[in-house]
Ligand binder design. Structure first.
Ligand SMILES: Cc1cc2nc3c(=O)[nH]c(=O)nc-3n(C[C@H](O)[C@H](O)[C@H](O)COP(=O)(O)OP(=O)(O)OC[C@H]3O[C@@H](n4cnc5c(N)ncnc54)[C@H](O)[C@@H]3O)c2cc1C
Length: 376
């Protein structure tokens, strides 16, 4: 499948998803409390079959869903993505019992998933995480804190990355599936620039056993990185969707806004900026599709491609949304304007799932690792 062109049926599916976002999902999102988990919206995504698709299709389909939903309803896009991020480790590494208990409910939207990697003292440097898993009888007790965890504290279960071997860096991390009702697990919601369900978690000797493991002890960092390799291009897809929405709004606005005896589009300084927005959005889209297709094909260079796609697309979307605001003038900054929302929404994508600087480090590391020996 050439990554640079969607098949007609894929393009038609994207159009259906955009219509679903603006038609059925937008009203559900509007009725939700800003910055809180929206269960009716999740149920709507489940009824439309999109949550199940997180598990029975590949990275490119994930990107197409995120890009298309983002154009009409960023809240729906984010709700879908967070279910995938939290539940993918269960899908990929869970036991039959874990999968049977949780995945059908994730797919119909009745159970909310979350991915708990970041801590107050370990964000970009995730391998430095310190949430302790201390041996206790047949299992462990989890003690410590997680921070900036999407869907916390309202999620029904958490994929938690904890330290089983002190001092071992990435090689001493274990992944656990922790149901939210475990004793000792509490949390608080956090308010962000753009409404986003997110919070901090406190673990006070939370009991876990071998039945809660996701993968083998001390192998949890690979579970986290494997999940991020799948989701990073799709963060880029979310960004491309927002950039496209900003571009569409700008084409419409500059074509009708009257100024200097014509419309804004008649000013070449304006129309060339619109052309630049379109150019960069399309370039980012192609890189996202290529990275996702490489993931689906099992290519060897997925970490580099995923990092490139996430980096280019999120930085591009920031530029495009900012330019869209500029070309709209004051109306875009009015509270409630779609661009005011996108302007706040786009910012976090350059930070989460690896800040732009971290993506550059991933790219450089792989370049040097594969360089001919004489050039090192
Ligand atoms: C909206 C949102 C949702 C999130 N959801 C989740 C979630 O569901 N689960 C989860 O586990 N985490 C989540 N996070 C946390 C996110 O992954 C972290 O914020 C991110 O990894 C960066 O960590 P930090 O914020 O601690 O910044 P730090 O690690 O302190 O970094 C701050 C800045 O330093 C610079 N920097 C850091 N490292 C390097 C480097 N190696 N080279 C050069 N410069 C560098 C970058 O500019 C970076 O932005 C979320 C964050 C946000 C904003």
């Amino acid at each position: 499948m050439p990554a640079f062109a969607l098949a007609p049926e894929q393009a038609a599916w994207c159009a259906e998803l955009r219509a679903l976002a603006t038609g059925r999902l937008r009203p559900l999102a509007d009725r939700g409390a800003p910055g809180r988990v929206n269960r009716p919206l999740l149920a709507g995504l489940g009824q439309a079959g999109l949550l199940a698709r997180l598990f029975d299709s590949g990275a490119l389909d994930l990107c197409l869903m995120r890009e298309s939903l983002a154009q009409g309803c960023t809240e729906a896009e984010t709700a879908l993505a967070l279910q995938g991020l939290g539940a993918h480790p269960v899908h990929a590494h869970g036991t039959p019992a874990q999968r049977d208990r949780w995945l059908p409910r994730v797919a119909d939207g009745s159970a909310v998933a979350a991915f708990a990697l970041s801590e107050p003292g370990a964000g970009s440097d995730a391998a430095a995480l310190s949430l302790a898993a201390e041996p206790d009888g047949d299992g462990w007790r989890l003690t410590g804190a997680k921070c900036w965890i999407s869907n916390a504290p309202e999620a029904d279960f958490y994929t938690v990355f904890a330290r089983t071997t002190p001092g071992a860096g990435a090689r001493g991390v274990t992944a656990f599936l922790v149901p939210a009702d475990r004793p000792g697990l509490t949390g608080q919601a956090l308010e962000m620039l753009a409404p986003h369900p997110i919070g901090a978690l406190d673990f006070d000797a939370v009991p876990v056993t071998g039945a809660d493991l996701l993968g083998a002890p001390d192998r949890g960092f690979a579970v986290a990185m494997g999940t991020l390799n799948l989701f990073r291009p799709s963060v880029g897809a979310f960004a491309v969707g927002m950039a496209q929405a900003a571009l569409d709004a700008t084409v419409a606005h500059t074509a009708r806004r009257e100024a200097f005896g014509g419309t804004l589009r008649d000013l070449q300084a304006v129309s060339h900026q619109v052309a630049e927005m379109a150019l960069r959005t399309e370039a980012a889209r192609l890189m996202v599709y290529a990275a996702a297709s490489a993931y689906d094909a099992g290519a060897a260079d997925v970490p580099r491609r995923a990092a490139m796609a996430k980096l280019l697309a999120t930085e591009t979307a920031q530029y495009v949304v900012d330019t869209a605001v500029q070309l709209h003038g004051a109306c875009a900054l009015r509270r409630g304007h779609p661009l005011e929302h996108l302007y706040r929404e786009v910012r976090a994508t350059r930070i989460y799932e690896g800040a732009s600087e971290v993506q550059r480090s991933v790219i450089a590391k792989e370049l040097y690792a594969t360089a001919p020996k004489g050039d090192r």
